[in-house]
Design a binder for this molecule. Structure first.
Ligand code: AMP
Ligand code: MG
Length: 419
């Protein structure tokens, strides 16, 4: 995923293994420690949503940049109110965006609009609801106490010029884009997106729309993978299909490795006679980092690093395994390579007890439901094996249950991953 070398030397895998299989946590570390950041590019702000900021952004000016009127009304000198003055001559109108007028005397007022600069010589705004405006005079209709800077958003009260507004690594969503715009940035430096190639393997797979025979299977994984990548804002996503043929696989993968920073394969990483992916990748100089993770589903997952630093993910072909491994490993790895700051993981309590005995992490699909207090719970929705992806429709994601308890009671809190 990237392409420049460097970075700390990752720990040897022999020190990372728990029993014979690597754990999900260590698999994640093994992947992320082998990636270096993607390059930086400068993009117009309108093209940056979903991107990762790769520079600090500082306040261009004080915020607000001037004493800002917050109500439509009149601006007066509060000393006049304290003297008991109730009627003011209206001297002029101060609109938003206009340079400041100056109050002639404390018996005068200036009509002001929300967003205007506070006129010079005034320090207090009386809202239009508390006034009668007639014949060039404003008369107070209520007992108005005019404390200084009443209804004025003081210059610099939200932030001072030069303060750090957004840190490198920030994910750019609508509020962050607005902050960058407020700092006067027409373009910002963001991570380049990786070019991702999604490759399905398997002689049995038939494209949706094509005629299909009893013993054939629809090619659905690539649709799930590309949908997930696109939902995360990745646009440089291609896909391909290769039959279970060693020579063809070698030729196509060699090509994809020259043009992509990330290759995501589905299928062909188990122990079957036609599971050719690890073998072919090794022939192409992709170094195996691990093969198999102590998890269900998705145990046969393979990961390696190509000769130019390409990240190569061999996801098991079973559709539930594919999707779970994609969300658990590939998506965070891409975020890591883009230099995105890590968010704390989302954690939820199980809405019902779960029993799972094998010494493996259990990725269990869930529907997130809310109780009468509005609290979210993860309601288990187990598929009928790792081939049953029909039951995934309508689920929100999955929880990760680390091995140990065997029975996980209702209320057991654990990490949840959303599709
Ligand atoms: P594999 O990992 O190649 O042994 O595949 C495991 C199972 O997943 C087999 O039943 C495959 O038919 C199925 N499978 C593999 N790739 C896909 C795909 N792209 N779409 C749907 N099912 C698939
Ligand atoms: Mg296969």
């Amino acid at each position: 995923m990237t392409l420049e070398g460097g970075g700390a030397t990752p720990p040897p895998l022999s020190t990372m293994r728990a029993g014979t299989l690597i754990t999900p946590h260590l698999a994640e570390e093994a992947i992320n420690s082998r990636l270096t950041c993607l390059p930086i590019e400068s993009l117009p702000l309108t093209q940056c949503v979903g991107g990762t900021l790769r520079e600090n952004i500082y306040a261009e000016r004080d915020q607000p940049p001037f004493d800002r009127v917050t109500m439509d009304g009149i601006a007066v000198d509060s000393a006049a109110l304290r003297r008991g003055l109730k009627r003011f001559r209206v001297q002029g109108v101060q609109a938003a965006g206009a340079p400041p007028l100056k109050l002639n005397s404390d018996a005068d007022a200036i009509e002001v609009m929300t967003g205007a600069i506070l006129p010079l010589g005034s320090d207090c705004i009386i809202p239009v609801e508390q006034l009668d405006l007639a014949d060039g005079y404003a008369s107070l209709t209520a007992a108005v106490t005019g404390s200084p800077y009443h209804n004025v958003h003081r210059r610099g009260s939200d932030g001072r010029q030069g303060t750090l507004l957004l840190e490198t690594g920030t994910l750019l969503r609508a509020p962050e884009i607005a902050v960058a715009a407020s700092a006067g940035m027409a373009r910002v430096r963001v991570s380049s997106q990786p070019a991702v190639m999604v490759v399905s393997t398997g002689d049995e797979l038939i494209e949706p729309g094509d005629p299909i025979l009893d013993y054939q299977v629809r090619r659905s994984n690539t649709y799930a993978i590309t949908a997930t990548l696109r939902k995360r804002g990745l646009v440089r996503v291609g896909d391909d299909h290769v039959p279970d043929d060693e020579a063809q696989l070698r030729e196509r993968l060699a090509l994809h490795l020259t043009t992509h920073e990330v290759v995501v394969l589905s299928g062909g990483v188990s122990m079957g006679k036609f599971d050719l992916v690890p073998k072919v990748l090794l022939q192409l100089g992709v170094q195996e980092v691990f093969h198999k993770i102590a998890q269900r589903p998705g145990k046969p997952m393979w990961f390696g690093i190509g000769p130019q630093g390409q990240a190569v993910f061999g996801l098991p072909g079973n559709p539930v395994s594919t999707l779970v491994c994609l969300i658990r490993y590939v998506i965070p790895a891409i975020a890591e390579a883009m230099g995105t700051k890590r968010e704390p993981p989302e954690r939820l309590a199980l809405a019902a007890s779960v029993t799972f005995q094998p010494p493996l992490a259990y990725f269990l699909p869930v529907i997130i439901e809310h109780d009468d207090w509005g609290r979210p719970w993860a309601n288990p929705h187990p598929p009928n094996g790792s081939g049953d992806f029909l039951s995934l429709a309508g689920t929100d994601g999955f929880v990760e249950l680390p091995p140990g308890p065997n029975t996980y009671p209702k209320g057991f809190v654990t990490t949840v991953y959303r599709w």
